[in-house]
Ligand binder design. Structure first.
Ligand code: HEC
Length: 182
């Protein structure tokens, strides 16, 4: 395929296409990783294990409290916004048990280039991430939202392949830097 860079850039392999179908269908990744940035910008508890050696992290439960107390928030004395423009703060509940270990849904763009994964780098590879979703273990605290997916080893590999296709051409692979053959 050497010299075919320009064409390959616009095309997904069979495994990547199969992974895309799983992403949208059976694996339901799109529930949270939606839109051009592959995130709904919401917070969810996906049962990610606690990070060894770090203090306990209650995720959004602590984060929401911190934002509400922050003098630099949208309603704070230094803000230029009108209170009506601060809906996200005005309607943000503090101490809502549902926020326990909810974390922000990250974008999946260029995800293959930024291991390790999750809020404290709990998983070293994309395969470990997908296997976590496939198993859907109980959340260490709070209400985990995942259900086991029943993916075969081959399907796990297809999802991993699709995630690898979400990287920009230049950093992804030096093959893309070659100019197409005349
Ligand atoms: C219920 C919402 C939800 C669903 C469904 C979901 N994710 Fe996620 N995803 C998240 C959240 C929240 C995080 C961040 C968790 C953390 O930081 O601990 C995340 C993190 C990730 C990451 C790590 C990104 C990084 O930069 O660390 C990858 C990769 C990922 N998800 C892929 C998938 C795939 C593939 C599926 C489908 C099998 C999927 N997600 C389904 C909410 C979801």
């Amino acid at each position: 395929m050497a010299g075919d860079g320009a064409k390959m850039q616009a095309t997904l392999s069979r495994d990547e296409v199969a992974g895309l179908k799983l992403f949208l269908g059976k694996a339901q990744c799109v529930q949270c990783h939606a839109g051009p940035l592959f995130t709904n910008n919401e917070f969810h508890n996906t049962g990610v294990p606690a990070a060894r050696g770090l203090p306990a992290d209650s995720g959004r439960l602590a984060g929401a409290r911190q934002v509400l107390q922050d003098e630099f928030n949208c309603l704070g004395p230094f803000s230029d916004a009108r209170p009506q423009q601060c809906g996200e703060i005005r309607f943000l509940a503090a101490d809502n048990a549902v926020q326990m270990r909810q974390f922000r849904v990250p974008s999946l763009r260029n995800v293959a280039q930024r291991a390790p994964y999750m809020h404290a780098g709990q998983f070293a590879t994309l395969r470990e991430v997908v296997e976590h979703y496939n198993r859907a273990p109980a959340a260490p605290q709070g209400h985990g939202e995942l259900q086991p997916l029943g993916l075969s080893a081959g399907e796990v590999g297809q999802l991993v392949a699709f995630l690898g296709a979400l990287s920009g051409p230049v950093q992804a692979d030096s093959r893309w830097l070659q100019s197409p053959s005349p």
